[in-house]
Write a protein that binds this ligand. Sequence first.
Ligand SMILES: *Cc1c(COP(=O)(O)O)cnc(C)c1O
Length: 412
Amino acid sequence: MAHLNEHYLKLKAGYLFPEIARRVRQFSEEDPEQGKSLVRCGIGDVTEALPPAVIEAMHRAIDELASRETFRGYGPEQGYEFLRHAIAENEYRKRSIDIAEDEIFVSDGSKCDCGNILDIFSHQNRIAVVDPVYPVYVDTNVMVGHTGPADPSGAYEGLVYLPCTKNNGFVPEIPSERVDLVYLCFPNNPTGSVATRGQLECWVNYALSAGAIIFYDAAYESYITEPEIPHSIYEIPGALECAIEFRSFSKNGGFTGVRCGFTVLSKSLMALTSGGKKKALHPLWNRRFSTKFNGVGYPVQRGAQAIYSQVGQAQVRSLIGHYLGNAQILAESMRSTGLEVFGGRNAPYIWVAAPTGYSSWQVFDKLLRDVQVVITPGVGFGVQGEGYFRVSAFNSRENAEEAARRFKKVRW
Ligand SMILES: *Cc1c(COP(=O)(O)O)cnc(C)c1O
């Protein structure tokens, strides 16, 4: 009989969102009237329609595919030149970052890339993740066998957890032990925190001196409103030699259902062979792409390109403005009841400290029962998330305002 990959058996069976769904279902069954008036602030998915510039570009692309003369079959696995060029120009060269078109790999989203990148690394690396964490970083390492089993708190043996707490402003400190791969995500999901230039400089300098590589997830880059906060890790000198950047059109262009993102991997990024020789990672990632992937759909890439047009940029700014407006309304309502509120200024997430005496899940249950608002318990993202909850600003304005009214009514 065939053998299965036993590392999968170590995974904590997708606990957080199924448990939220279970409690919401149970509440709605016990109290169908109240169940109808739920406002969901738990979701990490966009709610508003695609920008019109994207829609037009995708329609045009579909029409091209409709006639033999302009039809396209397989495209380049790494993405069409028109999109790689638009990305290099608009995301990097405009910020004086020297990235070539062929250092950009267009993909079907950054969740996939964050997992797939492990293909080109050895199993010997010591891996650091932040706590609270976007679960994809952890679970993909479990799946390929980089960890032991999880302890009762859900922490996996073999991973280095970097606490992100109120004391460090939810930006992890440099680890005291040696690590080889580090996952950083700014603006952060779930805490909504951002890293300053100085903090990123510390990380880049650490990585350069330790020979470590930073996996930098900047999916929420376009939510940055404060001018001094870096949008790309490559704004920090030396980062091309020690960081891989993951980007996505999901949260700026609303592409969560369309699927497009990209990875940036510089030709100057090196890692060691088991014999101790330094070799470039770029050819490996390129090889992985051309062997295991056949490129993103042509209409989708045209849609992504349209995000960089002048109208596209304006439409994206207005989408982001909408979500950040929601974030302000939600944050303000919770502040007014005396809660301590973080994030929400450069990110679509608000991270709220539970009132004294409440655990994450107790807050969840109280908000569900008292005001029928669904949030995400912080502990679902890691041990350090206990005592916090995440409120998502991805919603209609109407729903955000309704949730805000209800938050104000809660008596803690
Ligand atoms: C939403 C999100 C992404 C984007 O994933 P896609 O696969 O591109 O949709 C990446 N990282 C984090 C932390 C996210 O929250």
